[in-house]
Design a protein around this ligand. Structure first.
Ligand SMILES: Cc1ncc(COP(=O)(O)O)c(C=O)c1O
Length: 391
């Protein structure tokens, strides 16, 4: 049994243009070993030593930037524990993520509540558990936070370009230049501690210039805050740091060149943090699932996996190009790939070139799949959630 390209991935010419540093992936040998114990359902196999190395590489590339892991990328407690041991802080979207972290002993002061829209009940709970920092991107959210926790430290999420990001996040969140003045004025009126600025360049961002624009815009907001009598002291440069799949990516060192140069312009009393999610966990894991069956429909070949968009593979449907490996070595043909549910949205991709001899029961291996896979899964239609196994 041999996975196509599994152990021998060499950078292409396009990669060399972007990458100054070798990217590491989980050794495929571990996947084979895990399968020797049998297969019950789709699983993610995670190597915590790669998570450690990614955390260290991130800090080495941007020494002034403290990483706060976006728990949503992979909330497995073993992943979180590894990051705690590496001295990484955290960013949360909900109070169940907060409870998870508090249960692992993370101090509330190291937890940033970065979801721009929070229910009053969630705010009250977070405040009661000692969370100090809260994001907002509207006057209404500022008032809501201030009414629940008058001494909250707040940071405003601003709009920034998401050009060249595989998973754009602009549009839903991020206040625009025209609205910032109103937010600052309201903070002054309420005596609220509006103390920082954040932005998100979009997930799997392959364009380092988005960070430069975000930091420059943040610098202007800091000026406005100071002029209004506020005391800005936090820049949160968000997530978006990409990992290797099929498209070339800039390495973290190349992104760091842009970020480090841009933050050098900021006063030294501005604390700089980031919220990497994907970057810290993706490369550490293989996703393994199985072909439930194949079919020919209207002359086209289809394969159905036991994990589709509800079982962990949703990012494929939004255009993330994973490498997909199998043990077959036949000539490649275009396949349509779908999940096992009865829902017609559960189609992952069409025209994916894979060996023609793939059959029912074959394993499918997806490298660099540690982020936004198991975290997204639901048991819609009664299919089980994928397992998370550690090497
Ligand atoms: C507020 C916030 N911060 C950080 C992240 C992490 O982004 P990424 O996994 O692209 O690094 C996200 C992802 O959606 C987010 O919403």
């Amino acid at each position: 049994m041999q996975a196509r390209n599994a152990a021998l991935r060499r950078p292409s010419e396009a990669d060399a243009v972007f990458d100054t540093h070798p990217e590491v992936s989980l050794d495929f040998r571990h996947v084979r070993e895990a399968l020797q114990d049998g297969y019950q359902k789709p699983f993610l196999l995670v190597d915590s030593s790669i998570i450690r190395n990614k955390a260290r590489r991130f800090k080495a590339a941007m020494p002034r930037v403290q990483p706060h892991y976006a728990v949503k990328a992979n909330p497995d407690p073993r992943v979180l524990r590894t990051l705690i041991e590496e001295g990484v802080g955290f960013e949360i979207a909900s109070i169940s993520e907060l409870d998870l972290l508090l249960g692992l002993g993370v101090p509330a002061a190291e937890i940033f509540y970065s979801n721009p829209m929070k229910s009053r009940a969630y705010l009250e709970y977070a405040a009661s558990r000692g969370v100090e920092w809260y994001v907002l991107d509207s006057v209404e959210e500022l008032r809501k936070i201030a009414s629940v926790k008058p001494d909250a430290k707040m940071y405003v999420r601003i709009d920034t370009p998401n050009i060249g990001s595989d998973w754009p996040l602009a549009g839903k969140f991020g206040t625009h230049a025209a609205e910032i003045r109103g937010i600052i004025d309201e903070a002054v009126t309420l005596g609220a501690d509006l103390a920082g600025v954040t932005f998100h360049v979009g997930s799997q961002c392959r364009n380092p210039q988005n960070w430069r624009v975000g930091i420059e815009r943040a610098g202007k907001v800091f000026d406005d805050m100071r002029r209004a009598g506020l005391a800005p002291r936090l820049l949160n440069i968000g997530g978006g740091y990409p990992v290797r799949h099929l498209k070339p990516i800039p390495s973290i060192e190349i992104i760091a060149d842009v970020v480090n140069e841009a933050i050098a312009e900021l006063p030294h009393d501005i604390r700089v943090m980031a919220e990497p999610g994907r970057y810290l966990v993706s490369d550490a894991a293989y996703f393994v699932c199985r072909v439930v069956g194949t079919a020919t429909r209207n002359g086209k070949r289809w394969m159905y996996w036991d994990a589709g968009m509800f079982g962990g593979m949703i990012e494929i449907t939004e255009g993330l190009r994973y490498e997909i490996l199998s043990d077959r070595r036949g000539p490649s043909i275009p396949w349509s790939i779908a999940g096992p549910t009865c829902d017609s949205v559960d189609i992952l991709v069409h025209e994916e070139m894979l060996p023609e001899d793939i059959q029912e029961g074959d394993y499918i291996y997806v490298p660099n799949a540690g982020a936004y896979t198991t975290a997204y899964a639901s048991n819609f239609n009664g299919f089980p959630l994928p397992d998370v196994k550690m090497v």
